[in-house]
Design a protein around this ligand. Sequence first.
Ligand code: PBG
Length: 336
Amino acid sequence: MENVTTSPILDSAVKPYVRPRRLRATPALRELVRENRWSARQLVLPIFVREGISEPAPITSLPGQFQHTVESAVALGREAVEAGVGGLIVFGVPAEENKDELGSNAWAEECIANQALRALRAELGEDIVLMADTCLDEFTSHGHCGPLTESGDVDNDAAVACYQKVAVSQAEAGAQVVAPSGMMDGQVAAIRAALDEAGFDDVAILAYSAKFASAFYGPFRDAVGCELNGDRKSYQEDPANRREALYETELDIAEGADMVMVKPGSSYLDVLSDVAEVSPVPVAVYQVSGEYAMVAAAAERGWIDLERIVDEQLTSFVRAGADFILTYWALTAARF
Ligand code: PBG
């Protein structure tokens, strides 16, 4: 062989018989030596449930995704179970008249998210892990993740007090996992205390620990009808900060998070890898709405191969260290 690979990293004496290509020769060989793979069981499907509709409503910026009625959410949940999907995470979209400054509908026993959780739990039992996004932005009139101070900033401790009520109401409705996504300081410890106090010491917390102030959340705001004035930069992390993401994650673990999350996914694989390296608890990643929309749009135009791209992205999350993945592709991918 003429072209022997030389590497400045390896010892200079790379022998001509060293040929990594040998193990790439056939599909069977490649399968055998594959280092990372994902399975449907590791995927969590986000479900949007909207109050006041009688038919599922397509979400324009998330082709193939819908705002569901409670009934259609249950039907989707059943399909997910049949396809072997590992979990569901519920987002509520209340009617406009149920939004207020506090987002108080979020912890109403009969808010749309809690209705959906109850129905899903009753229909699906323990066949799939039922999670709830624990936040207020869908329910506040101003679209922020908590009540505002006089000056217009989000009031950290007031928000946390609301999250405690939301989490308890979600546990009562049947959520096995609550997932605080508001990025308020101290939210995990406070929610843990509130759950325990209410007798829900078996309900787990999936902390959105390293959640960045990302433009990739664009389509989600359509999905939940959130018209945000301004941005979330005073509570979500700066996309430039890698070290801070570890700090936030460590704080959440110290506060009692059962699982931690990095969000978004594709542009934050370095962060995911850092977190996975040190975390003593399971690590999730959220492939967010904008990531989904970009792939869906390009695939629609025939510019990329949807199945291969999604497989490659999911594999890359596992390769970076994710134990499970929240993705709008969950059902599609489970059926590959
Ligand atoms: C907020 C929340 C957001 C997402 C999940 N929970 C939006 C935000 O922080 O602005 C984004 C999910 C996505 O884009 O898919 N509670």
